[in-house]
Structures are given as structure tokens and as C-alpha cells.
Design a binder for this molecule. Structure first.
Ligand SMILES: [Zn+2]
Ligand SMILES: [Zn+2]
Length: 264
């Protein structure tokens, strides 16, 4: 790659459904990345479950090939971009996910495994959907299930990189949905997941998007990052951008994270 540092996690218009219609295209990111001299990895959502059932999903019907073609064409001009996907883990689709990885792992530069939901239609990364889930399921069970599914994802060894390993705390924290007394929200749980990543040779994301939420910290926290780094973990840094302004504004923070990782 041309530059020293990389933002491994940006979403682009037309390929991630949670990017606005006037959101950033590949080229929009490329121009800003070049100006600030960083590499950029497109990490759009690849949600197998929704790709199967929703004809309007950008990746429905093998359109991942169009995605790769578009990025490959841009690579002819720009040598600081990476093709990637943020692939959702579903416990009941492990075989399909493995087949997908067999077919595409070599085609893509970077694949990050991720968990947004395990009960279909209730992503814990949506405040509104999490709130509905909390009406039905005790908070303790939601948190425990998150860690259980995460453990399964890591142990499945499907992915070599894992995104935002403690994103369950995006909204469950003292500033939003306050953890109830019986909930274990300790760093140790996150560190245990990180240790599993170390054991399985999986890289962990320092996802800086948490800084924009009331929790105001990275996923995972810098304390956890430091502890895991000292135990041998490898990290990559992602802004999780869905807009161009956010992407550009976060570049100093991204670089700060890389120097933090170098310093510990
Ligand atoms: Zn995500
Ligand atoms: Zn993302």
C-alpha cells in the first residue's frame, strides 16, 4: 500500500444500506484519503441472511462480483485502496459462510467478521431495535448471549479479523441503557474474547466510532486494547464511516490510534 496507515472500515453509497442516498461514493473517499495520505479499505455490510431474502440488497444474486469489479477498476488508478467486506456472522449459516470465504477470501483484500444481531430483526447496534428487544428479553440475557455468539464466531475460525468486539456496549452503558444489577459488563469479558482472538490468530479492530456515541470510547476501550496488546494481540483501526464529513474529521483520531498502538 502506498501510505503507512489505513482506515480499514468505511461504508459507501449503494453498497451499504445504512449509508444515505447522498452519502459518499468510493471516489469521494478516495479523494479525501489521498489528500490526507492514508489508505482506505471499503468494508461494506455483507449480511448473508438479508442478501438471501431481500432482492433489493446490494449483494443479492451474486452482485459481490460487480462490487469487486468496480473496486478493481479503481485500483488501476489508485494504489491506496483495499476491497473489503464487513461480513455478519450467523450461527445457523456457518456452512454457507465457510463456502463464501472459500470462494471470495482470495478475491478480497480484507474481510472482517462482525455481529450486529443474532435474533433476526433486532440488531443491537440500533438503539430503537435494542429498545424493543429489551422489552422482550432481560438485559442480562442479551449481554450474555452477545458474548456467547461472539465466542462462537471467534472459535469458528471463519474470520481472520473481527470488528468492534464489544459493540454490545454501544447503547448498554451508564450513559444510555444503564446496565442492571445482575449484568456482567466488566472488561474481563471483553479481554477473554480478545484472548480467544490471540489464540486463534485473529486481528482485532480498534473501532473509533464509539467516540461519537455517549459512551465516548473506542470499541474495545483503550484499557482493553493495551492489556491485549501486551498479551500479543494484533490490531487494525477503523473509523466505521458512513459519511464523508465524519471520515475526514476522524482522520486525526485514526492516526492517533495508530501511534497509541505503536506506543504500548
Ligand atoms: Zn458493524
Ligand atoms: Zn461498519
Amino acid at each position: 500500500m502506498k501510505y503507512k496507515y489505513t482506515d480499514y472500515h468505511v461504508h459507501s453509497k449503494g453498497w451499504s444500506e445504512d449509508v444515505a442516498d447522498d452519502g459518499p461514493t468510493f471516489e469521494d473517499y478516495i479523494l479525501v484519503a489521498e489528500e490526507h495520505q492514508i489508505n482506505v479499505c471499503f468494508l461494506n455490510h455483507y449480511e448473508l441472511y438479508y442478501i438471501e431474502i431481500n432482492k433489493n440488497n446490494p449483494f443479492h444474486n451474486g452482485r459481490v462480483n460487480d462490487y469487486l469489479e468496480e473496486i478493481d477498476k479503481l485500483k488501476e488508478t489508485y494504489d491506496f485502496i483495499l476491497s473489503g467486506l464487513e461480513v455478519d456472522y450467523y450461527e445457523d449459516r456457518e456452512i454457507l459462510l465457510m463456502e463464501f470465504m472459500d470462494d471470495y477470501e482470495k478475491e478480497l483484500d480484507f474481510i472482517g467478521g462482525t455481529i450486529h444481531e443474532w435474533i433476526k430483526g433486532y440488531p443491537i447496534t440500533s438503539k430503537e431495535r435494542l429498545s424493543s428487544l429489551l422489552d422482550k428479553v432481560p438485559m442480562k440475557k442479551i449481554i450474555d448471549d452477545y458474548f456467547e455468539v461472539s465466542r462462537k464466531m471467534i472459535n469458528s475460525k471463519i474470520f481472520k479479523n473481527i470488528c468492534h468486539i464489544d459493540t454490545i456496549f454501544r447503547y448498554i452503558n451508564n450513559n444510555e441503557f444503564k446496565p442492571e444489577d445482575d449484568c456482567d459488563v466488566s472488561d474481563n469479558r471483553v479481554i477473554d474474547l480478545g484472548r480467544l482472538c490471540i489464540k486463534n490468530n485473529i486481528k482485532i479492530e480498534v473501532n473509533i466510532s464509539g467516540l461519537k456515541f455517549p459512551i465516548k470510547r473506542t470499541f474495545p476501550s483503550l484499557n482493553v486494547v493495551k492489556k491485549l496488546k501486551n498479551e500479543g494481540a494484533s490490531f487494525f483501526v477503523g473509523s466505521d464511516s458512513h459519511s464523508l464529513q465524519y471520515f475526514e474529521n476522524k482522520i486525526p483520531k485514526l492516526l492517533e490510534m495508530y501511534s497509541y498502538l505503536d506506543s504500548i
